[in-house]
Design a binder for this molecule. Structure first.
Ligand SMILES: Nc1nc2c(ncn2[C@@H]2O[C@H](COP(=O)(O)OP(=O)(O)O)[C@@H](O)[C@H]2O)c(=O)[nH]1
Ligand SMILES: [Mg+2]
Length: 347
């Protein structure tokens, strides 16, 4: 297996060079787009001459090479039946999925599942894209807020600083009280800032709904007693990014005393997928039921949501696409999610 990185000003030129140098059997392992160039890592089944381990003491390099070989081998196994650089619609689809930032693993899975389709696709590009959409929608579960039959439904929003938790809590409170005519309360858990909850206080006043700030787990119990006649309580949480660890520990303490009905991890689509995955890892010591993605109006690549949805196996509750309260929040079905990540529709 021979692996090489190709750099060129455009995707087309890079692909042509790969075809020329590695032949049409080459497969693409990774694509990266920069401002003025693209970099494609490609591989072909032509073996390097065996490497002499005794020539070098750099054990780390050998280990790394072994890992790369293993990865390449497993990917090449997956792709063994048809070369991705052929002009087939499947290879075009693979590039399209990668270009939409859907991530290598999921893109490969979709393409390979479609390749194994029985009977195989005879149609052209449009048919294949339609199938990819159906396939993607199976990978992207969605579920809005479910009202619990007894007591208030308590919905907590957790996540990194600045992603839009407070704004989203306001939107939800407004939607549920004004449009759904539910009895709503707002609660802010914030034990860091002395003047916590000012934004929500204003929203609560405008909506004429109760609002409280809780700074201790014991306080939360009392607040929940006060809110027992409500249908929904939306819980905003706060903290400083550099103290995330501490914030998560504190939140766990709060939720141990009073577990929310649903906890949604709020993530911004303007954040890199790997950073969102890291946020998931940090926050997951708190039980998380759903994912909520914000700032779709500020990203050109909503496909970045796919990897984390697939990896966490959590449904998407809402998407938000602006700062307006309460308009810019949407409950979306799986099919619509797939269309959004494929650039076939916007919110
Ligand atoms: N463009 C855009 N901005 C948003 C969206 N949601 C929130 N914001 C903005 O993001 C910033 C941080 O939001 P905030 O709710 O304070 O984040 P928090 O720290 O998670 O509570 C504010 O300026 C919000 O107006 C959205 O969907 N789109
Ligand atoms: Mg906030």
């Amino acid at each position: 297996m021979r692996v090489k990185v190709f750099s060129a000003p455009s995707m087309k030129e890079a692909l042509e060079r790969i075809k020329r140098e590695l032949g049409p059997q080459a497969i693409i392992l990774k694509t990266e787009e920069f401002r003025n160039k693209v970099e494609i890592t490609a591989a072909t089944d032509v073996d390097y001459p065996p490497l002499e381990r005794s020539q070098s003491n750099a054990k780390g390099i050998w280990d790394t090479l072994d890992q790369i070989r293993e990865k390449v081998d497993s990917i090449s196994q997956l792709l063994s039946t048809s070369p991705l650089l052929s002009d087939s619609p499947l290879s075009k689809l693979f590039l399209e999925l990668l270009g939409r930032r859907i991530g290598e693993e999921v893109s490969l899975k979709v393409v390979n599942d479609l390749r194994r389709d029985d009977p195989p696709s005879q149609g052209g590009w449009e048919e294949l894209k339609g199938k990819a959409l159906s396939h993607l929608s199976l990978l992207l579960p969605s579920e809005g807020i479910r009202e619990s039959p007894k007591g208030p439904t308590v919905v907590a929003l957790i996540g990194p600083t600045g992603v839009g938790k407070t704004t989203t809590a306001s939107k939800l409170a407004a939607q549920f009280s004004l449009l759904k005519k539910k009895k709503v309360a707002l609660l802010s858990i914030d034990n860091f800032r002395p003047a916590a909850g000012e934004e929500l206080e204003e929203v609560a006043q405008t909506l004429d709904i109760p609002f409280q700030v809780t700074k201790t787990p014991e306080g939360m119990r009392k607040t929940m007693r006060d809110f027992r006649d409500r249908d929904f309580v939306f819980v905003d949480t706060a903290g400083h990014s550099y103290r995330d660890g501490e914030q998560i520990f504190e939140l766990r303490n709060f939720f141990k005393h009073y577990p929310p009905t649903e906890t949604h991890l709020v993530l911004s689509t303007t954040t890199k997928p790997e950073d969102n995955l890291e946020a998931w890892r940090r926050f997951r010591s708190i039980p998380i039921q759903k994912l909520l993605f914000t700032k779709l109006d500020e990203t050109l690549s909503p496909g970045g949501m796919v990897e984390i949805i697939v990896k966490t196996k959590r449904p998407v509750s809402y998407l938000t696409n602006g700062q307006r309260i309460p308009e810019d929040i949407w409950e979306v079905e799986s099919r619509a999610l797939a269309e959004i990540v494929m650039g076939e529709r916007t919110l």
